[in-house]
Design a binder for this molecule. Sequence first.
Ligand code: SAM
Length: 246
Amino acid sequence: MSWRATLLTLFPEMFPGPLGHSLAGRALSRGSWSIEARDIRSFATDKHRTVDDTPFGGGAGMVMRPDVADAACAWAQEGNPGAPLVYLTPRGRPLGQDLVRELAAGPGVILFCGRYEGLDQRVIEARGMREVSVGDYVLSGGEPAALVLLDACVRLLPGVMGGAASAEEESFSAGGRGPLLEYPHYTRPAEWNGLRVPDVLVSGHHAEVARWRAAQSEAATRERRPDLWRRREELDGAAPAAYTSA
Ligand code: SAM
């Protein structure tokens, strides 16, 4: 059975959206993964198909009702058994490559996309939802967050990406050590607007290229993401050796 994504959303027409194109889209057409988006409103029971209500305790905005959300989750879990149920929320665990790898290795995922001020806490707890954030900013809904999470997972599914090696080398792929950002890329022409690519990349010395790339990764991580660099130092016990030109 292929990897299965179930979306609970007020806007099912947003899916597969960009995931219907390029690598993910071709993999979808081949059946390497599947996606079903269901309108949460279809689980409402009143004639106005209400999914939200005012917050207890007062305050601005509306809150998604637990009874409607619970019925939607029950339906999703029946159709996608064993898949983790994820609520996308800025209050959640930050999405990282480790979680992406874990989700991609499983049977699929059920994603609940919030709207308004979010979802009633009781259904999050009662359903044991995993709360995941795609970053420290507030989106107007969970749908773009779901697309981000799905894109990151789908490209790791077997046979979806052409060169498996590229997944191992790219940013955040640690291979047991703390993750690093990737080295910079260059392509033809070798000189553009008076700017040459670094000599080492056209030297033909594979070991030198590998050393240069490792040093570039380390330097970028140290400068741009001191949090990642500290983690790596903690895991290593010592900073990796710096690049020296032969
Ligand atoms: N009141 C919420 C707060 O301050 O945490 C924000 C609600 S937001 C307007 C509506 C929905 O967008 C959320 O319920 C969630 O599903 C989604 N969302 C917004 N930002 C997100 C993020 N950074 N990561 C994941 N989902 C997000």
